[in-house]
Structures are given as C-alpha cells and as structure tokens.
Design a protein around this ligand. Structure first.
Ligand SMILES: [Zn+2]
Length: 270
C-alpha cells in the first residue's frame, strides 16, 4: 500500500464525521465511477448513493478515511455514471491501493454470505463483537474469513527461468508455477511437490520472495525463487499445457502487472 491503512472491525466513535470509501459488491462485481477523481463512492453515508444493501462491514481506516464493504441488494439499478466491474477488469481504474482494499472487501462479503449458518449444526450464526468471526450460539463453533495459502515459484536455471502455460490461462500467456498448500505441508514442501507434479523437475535453494493477497476468490500467494536441481521437463497435461526454459530476451507473453507472478518475472528481467 502506498498510503497507510489501519485494520479494524469496529468503527471509531467519530466515524460519522468523515466521508468513507464504500466498496460495494454484487456477484463479485465492484460498484465504481466510470470517470472522475473518485473511483468508488466517497460519502458520509452509503444511502447517499441511492442503492439498497444487505449488510455493511467496517474494514478499517485508509489515510484518514473510514472504509466499508457493502453487500448490495439485488436488483441493482445503476446510477448514472456508475458501473459494476470484476476486480481484474477494474484494476487499471482502481490502482494498487484501491485494488487491495476492494480485494479485502470482496473476501469479507463472500465470507459473510457463505457463513450465515453453522457448518457443524446448521444454526444461524452471529457476528462476534471483538474479532472478525461468526459464532454459532448453539454449538460454539467459530468461523473466520477463509484464506487459502498458495505458493508461486520462479525456477532459475543459469540465465533462464521456467515458464509454463496452464490450460485455464488466456490464449498465449505463460507464467511461473503455482499451487495450493496442502494441510500438513511446509511452504518449501509445497514448492517441491507442485513443481514435481506439474513438470517433473527437482528444485533447491528455495527462498522467500514476497506475498500478495489474491482475492480470486481467497488465495494468499506466497512467492518464492528456487534453483533447478535436476530432471527433464515432463508436463502433467492436466493443469499444464506447455512449459519450457526462457531467457530474459525471449520471454513469452507475460501475466498482467497486478500479479506477484509478474513481479517475480520482472525481478528476473532486471
Ligand atoms: Zn453450530
């Protein structure tokens, strides 16, 4: 984040005195202004926007502005000059900070939607007051917003890196390897396993690179670099369609700038 953000779940007492940023969603699409300085509504009260909502969730303070996630009530009749966009499509308009805040908002809304009832006994849950949790008054089960840790790894072999194409990628695009961490695994084991499963090579010297929340729908991407340690590429043909070694001068079509995949690749190019 370029500007400071302070996490909280309870709005401060003087909250109603300052205009808030309202990150309003329906079906994973964000309500935004198509043009102008404000990207999302910046108002004292969301009612000023003129749209109904199901629930609001306080997210915290962004550079002196309260921030809320808003779960819009359907049907949504768009006010003039406003649009609904998925986060990837909205990224150029949002910029990095608002993309991050909107990603936080959509995950809270999705969690709120999918945890209205206890997964163990089926009773209606209630919001905890002191933390972001849903509690079951009948059996005591607590549920927290779900995060799915995933590793993503750039493998270096001399002056080349391994780039692979998953079947689900847009046409022509290649990226570094990624996959979900399994219960009971260390992150290093997840890196070794994913690389082995997808391309049948061994890696060594696994180093932490950085992380990125990835709200599609609730991943936390943990980036690593690693060095090639042996084996010949043999693609799995289930997730991966093609893979190969590429030098900085002949890289294929890359993932978009917003991703940690791209940061890993840009770091190699430098
Ligand atoms: Zn229960």
């Amino acid at each position: 984040m370029q500007k400071p953000f302070t996490y909280a779940i309870v709005p401060p007492a003087n909250n109603h005195e300052k205009p808030a940023y309202w990150f309003a969603f329906t079906n994973n699409e964000l309500l935004l202004y198509e043009k102008g300085t404000d990207v999302v509504p910046h108002r004292l009260d969301f009612n000023e926007v003129g749209l109904g909502f199901i629930r609001q969730h306080y997210l915290g303070d962004y550079d002196g502005n309260p921030c809320y996630a808003v779960d819009l009530a359907e049907p949504v009749t768009l006010p003039s000059g406003m649009a609904l966009k998925n986060l990837r499509a909205a990224y150029p308009r949002l910029g990095e900070d608002f993309f991050t805040l909107a990603g936080r908002a959509v995950q809270i809304i999705d969690w709120d939607h999918t945890h209205q009832f206890c997964g163990r006994c089926g009773a209606k849950t209630i919001d905890a007051e002191e933390e972001r949790a849903k509690r079951c008054p009948a059996c005591g089960l607590s549920n927290y917003p779900r995060l799915s840790p995933s590793i993503i790894v750039r493998i270096n072999r001399g002056a080349e890196i391994l780039m692979a194409r998953a079947f689900r990628f847009p046409p022509g695009m290649y990226s570094v390897l990624a996959g979900f961490v399994e219960p009971g695994e260390t992150l290093e084991q997840a890196v070794e396993r994913e690389v082995w499963e997808e391309v049948r090579i061994r890696v060594k010297n696994i180093c932490y690179f950085g992380s990125q929340p990835w709200p599609f729908p609730n991943s936390l991407m943990l980036g690593f670099t690693a060095e090639y340690a042996g084996g010949e590429i043999e693609i799995d043909q289930v997730e991966i369609e093609d893979a190969g070694w590429y030098s900085a001068a002949n890289l294929p079509q890359l993932p978009p700038k917003l991703s940690i995949a791209r940061r890993l690749i840009d770091d190699f190019r430098r």
